[in-house]
Ligand binder design. Sequence first.
Ligand code: FAD
Length: 459
Amino acid sequence: MEKVIRQLREDATGEVLEPGGPGFEDALRLYTRSVRGRPRAVLRARTVEDVALAVRATGQAGVALSMRGGGHSGAGFAVADRGLMLDLSAMRSVRVDPGRATASSGPGATWGDYDAATQRHGLASTGGVVSTTGVAGLTLGGGIGALRGLRGLAVDQLVAADVVLADGSTVTADAGHHPDLFWALRGGGGNFGVVVRFEFALHPVARLVTGLLGWPLGSANRVVREFTGFAGALPDHIVGELIFTGAVGEPSLLMTPRVVGTAGDAEPLLAPMRATGPSTDTVAERSYVDGQRFLDPLAEWGMRHYWHTCTLGHLDDEVVALLARFTEGSPSPTNLITVEHLHGRMSRIDPDSTPVGFRHAPYNVFIEAKWADPADDEANRRWARELIDALRPHAAGGAYVNYLPYDATTADIASAYGPRRFDRLRAIKARYDPANLFRTNQNIPPGWSVSRGSMPSER
Ligand SMILES: Cc1cc2nc3c(=O)[nH]c(=O)nc-3n(C[C@H](O)[C@H](O)[C@H](O)COP(=O)(O)OP(=O)(O)OC[C@H]3O[C@@H](n4cnc5c(N)ncnc54)[C@H](O)[C@@H]3O)c2cc1C
């Protein structure tokens, strides 16, 4: 590791930060405190050459490497214990080409950066619903957002990516160049290289009608029954999430509808939910940028976390009773159980066109245990694990890898993608990162696909 640090100090343009030195502790401030260990050094990269240098140096020295984009990984994957943290947060410029309707994003940009830049031209593409989340990590896992019904997932709008590969070379992956790599990047996470530029297709979007509807938890069955009664017939320009939580004081059911359009467009769609008599209603027409950050206050940094996830095939009374019971029995009032309604364009796209393994499911559950005191670690992790075990009989198969816990097994990751897609990912991994340098993630071990009879070919 000392050799790596010396090399970076000599040749990198970005700062090398070490324990005890200026900036090191600041660089470790991430969304979650639940990280395992501490890096031996941080390189705050400034250029693609810095990234290539870090990849080459760590690869040759056998040193663990992690990437930090927006720093939002709940599993704590931005930190490699005793290794090098490649901090990309300074490479955050977003350039928009309104003529081609595309945006080029640096790997350190947040969705707040991205939405502000693209909205100057009245354009947008699917991104996360909290503005401090990174473009990089969210996109590479799939990317569920407000435009999923109209435009698909974040990966469905990715048209090209520049990637620093495990050997330190840089390639552009798109439909015509390195097509297997391009396929793997659209859901395979940080397994295949360091993406240093994302290029997305943009679409005109002006206004978003969104906010919170809230009910006491006791009304959950009645309200969810009303929602599921028409959820299957909703048009593409409305999506929404249901949130079971005590974070707003009383144990509550919240709903975050997101309608692309004006208050007039939204009114008939929201009327059945408003007719159930919510006790809170902050839903209003907002600029797209404001709509994409109204949840930021619920996403404070510096807490401890344990995430888990599964899809759901149905959201019936039994499931709702389960979610309500776990909300009432939650060891931390800030724990959130979010049920994302999945429909529209993201569900119609060919499931084999990307590695993403949850397109077929009508609902996706994101369990976010969130607490402050390390003494509460075990109780909160147990709560999340028991909830996932209780939900499993209702799951529709597949999962969103960005919401999996840090201790997900290879079998969990395989089942998130489904065997065919996982097999293909392993073969592509074997070709692009045979030594598994990029392993601080929901790891896809390099492998050769026996079922497809394929061996890794030369690049
Ligand atoms: C408050 C909050 C809200 C969220 N909302 C959403 C949402 O609306 N929709 C959704 O789909 N997800 C959402 N997520 C989950 C989110 O997609 C993941 O946490 C994702 O990993 C965050 O990416 P990041 O760049 O911020 O994280 P980081 O911690 O910086 O990175 C996470 C991992 O991504 C990989 N990575 C990062 N940068 C690169 C790169 N340049 N090249 C290769 N690999 C890289 C690495 O494996 C890294 O460990 C949310 C998370 C939080 C905490």
